[in-house]
Design a protein around this ligand. Sequence first.
Ligand code: GLN
Length: 192
Amino acid sequence: MKIGILALQGDFAEHISMLKQIGVDTVEVRLPKHLDGLDGLIMPGGESTTIGKLAVAYDLMEPLKQFGKSHAVWGTCAGAIFLSKDASSDQPLLGLMNIKVQRNAFGRQVESFETDLEIDELMKATGTEHPYHAVFIRAPIIESVSGNVKVLAALDDGRIVAAQEGRWLATSFHPELTSDARFHEFFISLVS
Ligand code: GLN
């Protein structure tokens, strides 16, 4: 199995080291040809407007959309925004996943926070029982979902922060910035 990591901007290196840790081969994706032969794709956190602009500049928009239609794709934070159908802002989006996101929903950088989440699907898939410690950095929320989207996690006030639609995954937070590999394992289970 080979997983691509969109490596245009953001914290792609952290995803790569997490996947290495669980024994999965990775490829850095910067050009359309890098998608050849991949089994899935992770799009990292960073700045979604920059990721979008670079994806346009490197002619990646259409190849990423086509790849996503037949493969597992996971977006974390900015990556989740880029994967969404609607971000209420004028920026390039892949428009694959039936989620509407609100960018910077918690305010500025100083309002970044960490919290424990009970994520049944994740605990079931990994045979574990402890909550997932999630890191939010200028994070979006998933304002609404449609189609076949399943909500995986929400904050105590009900705001959605993780969702799944078939083999697509969106998380507002950054599993690549923790030492807990369960979300990466969960994604790999969707790929295979
Ligand atoms: N605020 C960023 C955006 O709108 C996302 C932040 C992140 O990925 N940590 O794209």
